[in-house]
Design a protein around this ligand. Structure first.
Ligand code: SF4
Ligand code: F3S
Ligand code: FES
Length: 257
């Protein structure tokens, strides 16, 4: 069957049941501590042939496989599940595997940079350790007191619903690395750690809320949030992060601990 599909403006339509193809230029922030450029990061442009449903991740693969095998970036699932390919695309944090080229104005060079606020190791790869250190600090696991129950810990649908939103986190760091407070000194716990604390604080089976609230009552904890909403806008899982942070703040005020 012959079909004509819409290609992005300025590109050619192709027929014969084929997906339209178009050229796209990716402007990449490169950094290699061992290169001739020394310690300085620099921009490099690559033009590749893309198809209508290609994502930024597909373009990065093409660059790596057809132009420069030394290009370094993380990715695993390619389907928005593992959280490993958060990067700054046209100035906004997104997952490369969930971002269609046609949705980020492929008529102009698309800028791709590492997420901000974490040390760059090479090209688009940052050191995630400071991010995971904050995550570990809020104790992201069920804490219970008393004897082990003889049967499963029951929970009503309403109790489960209370923290449903924050269970969706895939630890991509798009939120924390888009937060201007985190950019200032990297000391703030960051929205991702608070989201994951929220997931347990409001879980009716958990007994560790007081400990977590004490941890987040720190000078680098929830009170540093200035409700900027960058985190909420960046989250590829659509989590209402700023709202979750406000709920943790409120719990701190209303709960005696
Ligand atoms: Fe990523 Fe959203 Fe989790 Fe932040 S809250 S780490 S943006 S999935
Ligand atoms: Fe930062 Fe999000 Fe608060 S961007 S300031 S954590 S609302
Ligand atoms: Fe797994 Fe994008 S590669 S979320």
């Amino acid at each position: 069957m012959t079909a004509t599909l819409e290609a992005p403006a300025g590109s050619e339509k192709t027929e014969v049941g084929a997906v339209p193809s178009f050229e796209v230029t990716i402007k990449l922030r490169r950094y290699n501590p061992e290169s001739e450029h020394g310690e300085d990061a620099y921009w490099e442009e690559y033009t590749v042939l893309a198809h209508g449903t290609d994502r930024v991740l597909d373009a990065l693969h093409k660059i790596k496989w057809e132009h420069d095998g030394s290009l370094t970036f993380r990715r695993s699932c390619a389907h928005g599940i593992c959280g490993s390919d958060a990067m700054r695309i046209n100035g906004r944090n997104r997952l490369a595997c969930k971002t269609l080229l046609k949705d980020v104005n492929p008529d102009k060079p698309i800028t791709v940079e590492p997420i901000k606020g974490l040390p760059v190791i090479k090209d688009l790869v940052v050191d995630m350790e400071p991010f995971f250190a904050s995550y570990r600090e809020i104790m992201p696991f069920l804490i219970t007191s008393g004897n082990e129950p003889s049967k499963e810990r029951l929970q009503s649908a309403e109790q489960r619903e209370r923290f449903d939103d924050t269970t969706k986190c895939i630890l991509c760091a798009a939120c924390t690395s888009s937060c201007p407070v985190f950019w200032t000194d990297g000391q703030y716990f960051g929205p991702a750690a608070i989201v994951n604390a929220h997931r347990f604080i409001f879980d009716s089976r958990d007994d560790g809320a007081t400990q977590r609230l004490e941890i987040l009552n720190d000078k680098e904890g929830v009170w540093r949030c200035r409700t900027t909403f960058n985190c909420t806008e960046a989250c590829p899982r659509g989590i209402e992060i700023t709202k979750a942070i406000q709920e943790v703040k409120r719990a701190m005020i209303t709960r005696a601990f």
